[in-house]
Design a protein. Structure first.
Length: 161
């Protein structure tokens, strides 16, 4: 095995393990607050962006509008989010968190910060900046991949997003 193949295998394994462990941590930390991970991401997005159209929210979340509608229906039913008509376009609605939703968003943010802080504190001080720089490079490389600017339609075909 070449050095390049070994590097790629190590990289692939580490990325897979990282994703799996972060997903488990996130699930364990946030599901206890009574929301699914999809609902959690939606609440966190609305907390950061305040008010979005359904189309904007769907794009931000990387899901189809129909999927976003199903997620949002539950949040509205539970009093965590509300829809309001767009006065400039009757076909469009805006979505935002209610006071109850903002309160839950604050709790979710606290959970996220707590578990990320606990992880970060386990990294030696002299390596922390290096980790941040490396993650930034990795994120930019991922964002440059063509798949990130495309989505898959119902037929399984890629379309520009």
């Amino acid at each position: 095995m070449s050095a390049e193949e070994k590097f790629f295998n190590d990289f692939s394994l580490l990325i897979s393990q990282l994703i799996r462990k972060l997903n488990l941590l996130e699930r364990d930390e946030k599901v206890c607050l009574g929301v699914t991970i999809s609902q959690c991401y939606t609440i966190e997005t609305l907390a950061r962006k305040d008010k979005l159209s359904m189309k904007e929210l769907s794009q931000e979340m990387g899901v189809a509008v129909s999927t976003m509608t199903r997620i949002l229906d539950v949040l509205v039913r539970d009093g965590l989010a509300k829809r309001e008509n767009n006065p400039k376009d009757r076909r469009s609605v805006y979505v935002q968190l209610t006071a109850k939703g903002k309160n839950l968003a604050s709790k979710l943010k606290g959970c996220t910060e707590d578990y990320l802080r606990a992880i970060f504190e386990r990294i030696p001080n002299k390596k922390q900046e290096e980790i941040i720089e490396s993650l930034d490079i990795l994120l930019k490389a991922i964002e440059q991949h063509p798949f990130c600017s495309q989505s898959i339609d119902r037929t399984g075909e890629y379309r520009e997003g």
